[in-house]
Design a protein around this ligand. Sequence first.
Ligand SMILES: Nc1ncnc2c1ncn2[C@@H]1O[C@H](COP(=O)(O)OP(=O)(O)O)[C@@H](O)[C@H]1O
Ligand SMILES: [Mg+2]
Length: 246
Amino acid sequence: MISVENLELVKEKRTILQIEKFELKQGKTQAIIGPNGAGKSTFLKVMALLEQPTRGKVFFAGREVTKKNMIAFRRRMAVVFQEPLLLNTTVFNNVALGLKLRGIRGDKLTQRVDHWLERLNISDLRDRKPVYLSGGEAQRVSLARAFALEPEVVFLDEPFSALDFPTRINLLEDLGHLLGNSGVTAMFVTHDFNEIPYLTNDVVVIDRGKLVFEGLLKKLLAEGVQNDTVQHLLSPFKKFNQIRLF
Ligand SMILES: Nc1ncnc2c1ncn2[C@@H]1O[C@H](COP(=O)(O)OP(=O)(O)O)[C@@H](O)[C@H]1O
Ligand SMILES: [Mg+2]
């Protein structure tokens, strides 16, 4: 669906990303994991066409991304960040805004928004303002806003990291069902191995801007990889044998 070749991203003379080849496969959920500062968010932004690489090419559905076609491709995607970034208006309006910008109006708009409020279990919050929402509720609104666009690709950058444990599990379960039933292509960034099995078995590990593992989570856990970062990320989970596998 989206791929990169010979990607390099340099900021203030530092190489932040260096990725020879990567493909986000159509209809699949791809987890990206790595420690703080590894380059996960930057990688996500490059794939979501929000940031341009210093070198290398990005392809969307087989076509090279250029300045000319970038906006059209971006309309086929949605992004959810760690902070919900909601506007000070009702939940309904927050979800409706992106659709309005895309020219959807009237009954079609109302139906589409109500459908996604329902799917995210927040119909009863329809007329509330974001200041009165819990962190979990606010993140449900931002998921509804993203999915209401009915994007072909959805990017999620540590969307649940700020939430408490039970809220996080609920949201991971609901998101897992949404992604599993929708056929949408997704890129899910996290620093917590425990979150991955709720959504997918496909994982990429990024360390200091480079991909150090790409494959099944099962394989990674079974064989491990000879990489200090991976061992470090895995150690708390291995110790307690906590990871729920498919
Ligand atoms: N605008 C910027 N200018 C300079 N360095 C940056 C900028 N944005 C991010 N970085 C650096 O790039 C690296 C990767 O950042 P980021 O992609 O946010 O990592 P992650 O999401 O994995 O925590 C970090 O070392 C960070 O300090
Ligand atoms: Mg980040």
